[in-house]
Design a protein around this ligand. Sequence first.
Ligand SMILES: [Zn+2]
Length: 285
Amino acid sequence: MIFMQQNTPNSFLNSNLQVQFSISAKDILNLLNSPQEMAIVSDLWTGDGFYETNCAAVQLGMDVQEFCLRLRAEREIAVQKIRLCIDEWIDSGKRVDKEAAYKRTESRASEAALEAAAYWETSRIVFDRLGTTSNPRLLPRDGSDFENASWKARRIIALVLSSDLRLRIAKCRYEKCKRPYFLLNRPNKTYEHGMFCCIEHNRSATVPRRMQKRRRQFQAKLIEWAAAYVRRNGIADWQKSVPFKEKLAKHLVRLIAKEYAPPRDAITKNWVTRNWVEIQAKAAV
Ligand SMILES: [Zn+2]
C-alpha cells in the first residue's frame, strides 16, 4: 500500500497510483458484493478459526464462543459502514440521472471523508523488520486490539478514497444486479442514465425509463401541434364541437405518420377531449 495525503492531486492518483497492498481491489469488490453472512467471514478480517485455536492459549479460561460472537457483531457493523461510505462516495458523482466518476467529491460524501480522515489520524506506520519483507505496515495507533473491525473498515474506506479506486469503483444501477460493485474503465465519461456493470443491465434498467421519457416528450409535441391547429382553425367553444375535435384528431394522425418510429400512432377525439384544457392553454399563449 502506498500512503498518500488526502489532498494529493487527482491527476497524480489517476495515472500513477495503483492499489498496492495485501488488500487488492478484487478483495474489496468481493467484500462489497458478498451477502452479509459471507462478508463478515471475509479474509479481510481475521477468521473465527484463528481465535478458536489461539485465544484459549493467550488467555486461559476465556469464553471463546462469546468472544467470537462479539467480534462477529463488530464486523457486521463494520461491513455496513463500508457499504454506506462507499455508496455515499460513488453517489457523490451523481447529478439526477447523470453519473460521472470525475465529479465525485468529498464535499458530497461527508461520512466517507470523515471515516477516511479518522483512519489517517488513528494509524501509525511500523516497519516490519522481523518479517520476510521490510515493507512499512499501517497499524491502529492502539495495537492492543488485534482484531479492530472498525479500524479495518476505515482502512478500506481510506484506501478507496486515496487510491486509483476513487474513480474506478462503481455500482451497477440495475436494481436486480447480483454483483453490483465493479471497476469502471472510463472515469472521465458522463453516463447519461447512470453506470451499469454490463450492456444487458443498462438496457434492462433504462429502456422502460427512456420509453417513458419519449412518451412524455411526444405528448408535449402533440399538445403543441394541436394548439397550433386550434390557433389557426379554432372556433368558439371548439372543445364542445365533435366535428372539430374529429378534424383535429385526423390532423394529428397525419402529422404522426410523418414521424420516425413514433411512440403512438392512433389519436381519437377522446384524446382531444382529455387534453383540451392543456391544448387551449397552449393555444392562448
Ligand atoms: Zn449489473
